[in-house]
Design a protein. Structure first.
Lengths: 335, 638
């Protein structure tokens, strides 16, 4: 009997130990956590490094940041799961449709004319991302390319096999083109093709990516390092990735000057972002315009303000005022 | 009404009716509560199926299911809409099957050595090594595959940066511990008199092992192969990190498995709509395949454990099924043996048969034993390589700052304190949820449940939860708990998912602990008039506590290392640990995953440092479990 009581006591002892342990950690976290408000931010993996940078420097709140893609970010916001949704693309009707709302409520500029399930997503443009088309430094014939030529190289619509088959590059060597670029799971891929293929993503899309051909010469990779190394090694290779990555490695590959038509070729650089054609805005979506005094309001002011914008080039993206001075003031006026 | 209460009261005091069975409200409600905890497993399984169907139905309303199942092109974009799942299934089986082809023979050989030849001393050294290998989280294998194995194949064989072969090799090693432990158990279960008889008629130990013990244990070996295959099919993190993003049939090129695709929807910038819904459709296929393979294997294991193949119910069907399984397994093993025989005969023909002398038979034994002992060495070398690589890469990053700061965007400043705390809270929450449910269910099943159709159903459901691939739990976590139930991307959602995931482990461990308490204890307690609950509470549970706590700790150490189930809801940055269960959180394995793939390569060093911390925590937990087990065994007085 005694022995049973003994082990009985032990049973409770372990319970007490576990309970007190739980208490201890709860208290501990209280101390470390402070009384700051907690925000959750999720979405585009393109925005992720920038979001982490801002969350790191912003002192007003404890912000948990995760990735998962633009669709995930918008979807999570519309579901009320998160406070801030990151997106490297505009919100589309299909995002509304997915959570059971009318897709016609979403305007073409990525804003919504009415709330969905009590959540009214508001778009904030927070930075710009440029895309660099890159070639080997020994490549002297394709230092500038227009959209027609990019179309001929990167799509499956009667594509050029040799460099001299590309429209307007008759002087180029008779060598096979090799493509090293992101795979279709990456936002950069979608964004590039949205630019060069008319009606990309619509039912009457004009052509497909060259990646989707049989026996393709398109080598997809999810790792920008692979793309960089491959193009640095191969004279006849071409590819693209985020400008941030090119900026880190400006000597091993060269960036192509791009033009939408056949005039006016533009260099990809921070200062030239307003003219460079393949640049896109990065967004954060919030539920309604946060009222002044709200921590989200403070956070957006921080992001759009000098301090937040100063951090943007550190991650390799472009400050808003380099594209359009009004963007900052207009958005700040709403807050 | 008053009368009713008085009646209950009278009944409870049992006044005047010493021999009447009393109505005991307390007892009844406790048993009912236990019954409910056991039945929760049905709810969990239903939640998994609901999650998968809810996502797959919009997919199949647009894509013909036949096209999906028979299509041979996988280009999951909104415009092309080539959703043929066959390439994904093929890649899954190439990687898992290839892993099995390497891992299973090594594992079986190691098991033969351990069960038939190893001395107790060797066994006591090798067993913990195998357990260690089994306890390493898949994110660590993934990191090693990405940083060490894959570059090797890129440099020596010209493989692409992402390739199937690295995943295959690493999965082979991951499969080994499963194959070893189950095959070992199966061979241990072969009655000794078979060995004695064989040795007595003059067979060598080698001949006994290969010609008597192995065939006798063939169904168990088959089960170990099936369970290993299920592990390979369900593996997510390794394929997600090294295999690549497009299906292809060359192992030196990129490959995409089913779990890999689902994982990518959680991490890439997927376009909305069909490509995302496709993850659920793929999830169903993966679920069905892994579930089938796993439950087939688990059933064979159960049949070996319980000794007889079938119990009283619906005999014919089960008998037929079992016969088919054992037929298939003997057929397959027989096939290999036949091939072996043919080769042997060929060799003999070429070399002109020499008489089979005793010396030659012993030579054969010597060679055979050294070969199978060598297979253990393979696992051992791999483990050493992995640990050495991780430590040599990561030890430099370990510093006080690293352990006390938060994961800042610059590697010099980055640390993991809130990440460690996040993992610890997650563990506490998981145990708070899983322990009552798991222990309650086990007590109900072992002590109270009668052998009804419902109980058998419950057992099967709980058992089969163990066969659900971890990435499917990931879908459950986000789409069911975080979204459908509205818990958000929080600690609570993650705790619930991990709880369900480790539930089967807790139930099995608790049941074994309860079974190890002799029935005479129960009979004695019942004999002096204890109720059934009193018997369990005061005469069974106290003795099972060490076993149960060991099981809890081991199941937790499994949970803390998991990445895939929380892939959709975990955060990669935060300055502080969560202060409430509805806060966002970080965890060690996910931080490793994020940093291992960071564009800034200094973060990969930090990933290795984080692995060291994670392994340290896991090892400490295992050490505690071992201490508890040993102390309990030393104290045991029956």
């Amino acid at each position: 009997m005694n022995m049973i009581r003994g082990s009985n006591k032990k049973f409770y002892k372990t319970l007490v130990i576990i309970a007190s342990l739980a208490m201890c950690t709860a208290v501990l976290s209280g101390c470390i956590g402070g009384n700051k408000q907690a925000l959750i931010q999720t979405g585009s993996s393109t925005v992720l490094p920038l979001a982490i940078k801002w969350a790191d420097r912003f002192d007003g709140a404890d912000i948990s940041v995760s990735g998962g893609g633009s669709s995930h970010g918008i979807n999570a916001l519309l579901n009320g799961d998160v406070d801030l949704g990151d997106a490297s693309r505009l919100m589309k009707g299909s995002d509304y449709e997915k959570v059971g709302c009318d897709s016609s409520l979403v305007n073409d500029d990525g804003t919504a004319s009415a709330a969905c399930n009590g959540i009214h997503p508001i778009k904030w443009v927070v930075a710009y991302d440029m895309l660099a088309v890159v070639i080997n430094p020994d490549n002297t014939w394709a230092t500038q390319l227009n959209y027609t030529q990019l179309y001929k190289i990167f799509t499956d619509d009667n594509p050029a096999v040799y460099w001299d088959e590309v429209t307007g590059l008759d002087e180029a060597p008779h060598e096979k083109i090799e493509i090293y670029a992101p795979d279709e799971a990456s936002g950069t891929y979608d964004y590039f093709y949205e630019e060069i293929i008319p009606k990309w993503g619509k039912d009457d899309q004009q052509a497909n990516s060259r990646l989707e051909m049989e026996n393709t010469i398109y080598n997809p990779s999810a790792d920008d390092n692979v793309i960089l190394n491959a193009i640095a090694d191969r004279t006849y290779a071409i590819g693209f990735f985020g400008f941030a990555y090119y900026k880190e490695n400006p000597t091993s590959v060269s960036a192509v000057w791009v033009s939408e038509d056949d005039s006016n070729y533009q260099e990809p650089s921070f200062n030239n972002v307003a003219n460079y054609p393949i640049a896109r805005p990065l967004h954060i979506y919030t539920n309604g315009v946060p009222e002044s005094g709200d921590i989200i309001n403070d956070y957006l002011k921080f992001i759009l303000g000098e301090e937040g914008q100063d951090l943007v080039p550190e991650v390799g993206y472009v400050r808003l005022n380099l594209v359009d001075e009004k963007l900052v003031t207009e958005q700040l006026a709403k807050l | 009404m008053l009368k009713f209460w008085r009646k209950i009261k009278n009944n409870r005091t049992n006044e005047g009716h010493p021999f009447r069975l009393k109505f005991n409200l307390r007892e009844k409600s406790i048993v009912f509560l236990l019954f409910i905890t056991a039945s929760l497993a049905i709810f969990f399984s239903a939640a998994i199926i609901y999650t998968l169907l809810d996502g797959a139905i919009p997919f199949f309303s647009e894509i013909n299911i036949i096209d999906f199942l028979t299509g041979t092109t996988w280009l999951p974009t909104e415009s092309i809409r080539a959703f043929g799942v066959l390439p994904l299934i093929a890649d899954t089986f190439i990687i898992a099957g290839g892993g099995l082809l390497i891992g299973a023979p090594l594992g079986i050989a190691a098991a033969i050595y351990l069960s038939e030849f190893a001395s107790p001393r060797v066994r006591s050294i090798v067993k913990p090594i195998i357990e260690l290998l089994a306890g390493i989280p898949s994110i660590v294998f993934g990191f090693f595959a990405l940083m060490f194995v894959s570059p090797f194949f890129v440099d020596t064989f010209g493989a692409t940066y992402f390739n199937g072969i690295s995943a295959m090799i690493v999965i082979a090693i991951m499969i080994m511990p499963i194959v070893i432990s189950i095959s070992d158990d199966a061979m241990k279960a072969v009655p000794n008199h078979l060995r004695d008889t064989s040795l007595a008629v003059g067979a060598t130990k080698w001949e006994t092992a290969t010609k008597i013990v192995m065939p006798a244990a063939s169904s168990g070996i088959m089960a170990s192969i099936l369970l290993g295959l299920a592990r390979g099919i369900g593996e997510t993190m390794v394929v997600l990190m090294v295999a690549g993003g497009r299906p292809g049939y060359s192992i030196f090129g990129p490959m995409l498995t089913m779990s890999g695709y689902i994982g990518r929807t959680a991490t890439g910038d997927m376009p909305p709509g069909l490509p995302l819904y496709a993850a659920f459709a793929v999830g169903i296929v993966l679920f069905v395949i892994a579930y089938g393979v796993n439950s087939l294997g688990a059933r064979i294991v159960l049949q070996i454990k319980t000794g007889s193949s079938v119990k009283t119910r619906s005999k014919k069907k089960r008998m037929i099924l079992f016969r088919i399984i054992s037929k298939i397994s003997t057929l397959i093993l027989g096939f290999f043996m036949k091939i072996g025989g043919i080769i042997k005969r060929l060799i003999r023909k070429i070399r002109k048969a020499k008489p089979l002398t005793l010396a030659r038979r012993y030579l054969k034994q010597k060679i055979g034993v050294s070969i199978i002992a060598g297979s253990i060495l393979v696992a051992f070398i791999f483990l050493i390589l992995l640990l050495y690589y991780v430590f040599s890469t990561g030890v430099g990053g370990l510093s006080w700052t690293f352990l006390t700061s938060y994961p800042a965007p610059e590697p010099e400043r980055a640390g993991i304190l809130p990440v460690i705390l996040g993992s610890v809270y997650l563990m506490l929450l998981t145990i708070l949820i899983a322990a009552p449910i798991g222990i309650g269910a086990a007590i109900y099943l072992n002590e109270f449940a009668r052998d009804t159709r419902y109980t058998r159903f419950l057992r099967r459901i709980i058992q089969n939860l163990a066969g659900v691939p971890s990435i499917v739990f990931g879908l459950l976590g986000y789409f069911f708990f975080a979204h459908f139930l509205g818990f958000g991307m929080s600690l609570l959602s993650a705790g619930l998912v991990l709880s369900i995931m480790i539930l089967p482990i807790i139930v099995v461990a608790t049941e074994e602990a309860l079974k190890s308490v002799p029935d005479s204890f129960r009979e004695a307690a019942r004999g002096v008039g204890s109720t059934r609950w009193q018997t369990v509470r005061y005469h069974v549970l106290p003795y099972a506590v060490p076993g149960i706590s060991t099981g809890l700790i081991l199941s937790l150490s499994r949970g803390i290392g998991e990445t895939a189930p929380i892939l959709f809801i975990v955060s990669y940055f935060g300055k502080t640990a969560p202060s409430g269960i509805l806060d966002g959180f970080m965890s060690l394995p996910s931080q490793i995953y994020y940093w291992a793939q960071h564009a800034n390569h200094d973060f990969q060093t930090l990933a290795a440092s984080t692995i060291i911390v994670l392994l340290f925590i896991l090892l400490s937990m295992n050490a505690v479990a071992i201490v508890i087990r040993q102390r309990a065994q030393a104290k045991r007085d029956w």
